[in-house]
Design a protein around this ligand. Structure first.
Ligand code: ATP
Ligand code: MG
Length: 184
């Protein structure tokens, strides 16, 4: 599986609809300070279901993620991020596993209403989180190494590290199911 495209509109500094292509192989995003490089990563973590504004460098509420306006530009009324994944190797299992391309989109309006879509179909946040479980991808997974994460790995207690091993081994999906079945 690999990330093919990220489409961002009205999210953080991306006022206009922007399509970022990720051909296979290495891709580097370069640019001057404050041009929006980290905002691309925030967009990816947000669309995968990140629920805490603080994790996305917003101070209080999620609506801060909506383009706030700039000199000569009115604020946006809505933020939208879509990630298009190449699933031709079938990494994503479950109801969307049969699709060679899976698109996940999340929108947010100023009244704080968030909506999720998979391949254009309205879904719950849960459904989005579900498709990544056990793949190593997800809003807080090790597929995205943010600043400070390497040192937190080094300092982590064994039980904290275990969470990452379980995700890598694909065990976390089953643990979550068991937790649910047991009503915990
Ligand atoms: P650095 O090289 O310093 O890490 P960067 O390229 O990663 O910079 P980002 O942190 O992605 O930069 O972008 C920061 C910019 O995004 C700031 O100019 C900030 O004003 C802008 N920004 C963040 N949220 C919003 C928002 N809701 N509306 C408009 N602009 C925003
Ligand atoms: Mg940055």
């Amino acid at each position: 599986m690999h990330l093919r495209q990220v489409k961002i509109s009205g999210f953080k500094s991306f006022a206009d609809p922007t399509v970022i292509e990720f051909p296979s192989g290495f891709v580097g995003i370069v640019g001057p300070n404050g041009c929006g490089k980290s905002n691309v990563i925030d967009a990816v973590r947000w669309v995968m279901g990140e629920g805490r504004a603080g994790e996305l460098r917003a101070t209080s509420s999620m609506t801060e993620l909506i383009f706030a306006g700039s000199a000569g530009r009115a604020p946006a009324g809505r933020a939208s991020v879509e990630m298009v994944l190449d699933n031709s190797d079938g990494t994503l299992s479950g109801p969307w596993g049969a699709y060679s391309e899976v698109s996940i989109r999340r929108t947010l309006t100023r009244d704080a209403a968030s909506a999720y879509f998979i391949n254009g179909q309205a879904v719950r946040r849960r459904d989005v989180q579900d498709i990544f479980m056990g793949t190593g991808l997800g809003p807080r997974s090790y597929a995205i190494i943010s600043q400070g994460m390497v040192s937190s790995f080094v300092k982590a207690r064994p039980e904290e590290l275990r969470v990452y091993f379980e995700e890598a081994a694909g065990v976390s999906r089953y643990k979550e199911r068991r937790r649910e079945a047991e009503g915990r």
